[in-house]
Design a protein around this ligand. Structure first.
Ligand code: NI
Length: 226
């Protein structure tokens, strides 16, 4: 499932992040690329242990924990500390698939990448190109979201970033291991969650709502890996 998640950060917070990031010292983005993706990757990144990356990354993780739509869609087990990248002057990232396993620099923790996320920090009218193009089961989707919005997509998808031909595109990106490994099972749980919430809104206190909530939790009990 490919899902846009709105307002992870307010436009003001996204602008403050961007202002701080614009002044930071960026390095060649190939530092986190695997052998194959290094050949097509052309962008800048903030080093994983850069104090600004750590600080802003923590603030993004807090915002995500307080975002019910993100939590319900991702059912996160472990989230990789958010990284930051910048594309300008025609830079792009060719078609690739993200590494299956990621190791955090500081802790040595390893996560399996079930979901990939890009949090857009630059308003779309400030740059040309830079669309994140994802080959989903339902076809190819081109994603370019307002500042502060995020897209969540299966890490199994082939994807690329189109050349940024005007302006500068700054984003945060990260991966996560979900409690529910299978994308189909996770999507089904998310649909059930949405239906339960709708039912609770339209028929507050209806016994069927309690019953379905039980089904939801029992499915998580059946499928979750911790
Ligand atoms: Ni990627």
């Amino acid at each position: 499932m490919l899902l846009p998640i709105e307002n992870v950060l307010t436009p003001e917070t996204a602008a403050a992040f961007r202002e701080a990031l614009e002044k930071a010292d960026w390095v060649d983005g190939r530092v986190t690329a695997g052998y194959q993706s290094a050949m097509t990757k052309n962008n800048f990144q903030l080093a994983e242990d850069h104090p600004l990356a750590v600080d802003l990354g923590d603030r993004i993780l807090t915002a995500l924990q307080n975002h019910p739509l993100f939590m319900g869609a991702a059912l996160p087990f472990r989230v990789f500390p958010p990284l930051f990248n910048r594309y300008n002057g025609g830079q792009s990232f060719g078609t690739h698939v993200d590494n299956a396993i990621r190791q955090t620099a500081g802790t040595g923790h390893r996560i399996r990448t079930d979901l990939s996320a890009t949090l857009f920090l630059t308003p779309p009218d400030e740059y040309d190109g830079g669309e994140l193009v994802i080959e989903d089961t339902y076809g190819t989707q081109s994603v370019k979201l307002p500042a502060g919005h995020l897209v969540l997509y299966p890490s199994t998808s082939l994807h690329h970033v189109r050349p940024v031909t005007r302006g500068s595109r700054i984003s945060s990106f990260f991966w996560l291991q979900s409690m529910i490994r299978d994308d189909g099972q996770r999507t089904l749980l998310f649909d059930l969650d949405m239906a339960i919430q709708r039912l609770a809104g339209e028929f507050p206190g209806h016994p069927a709502g309690v019953q379905l909530t039980g089904v939801y939790h029992n499915l998580i009990r059946m499928w979750a890996e911790l």
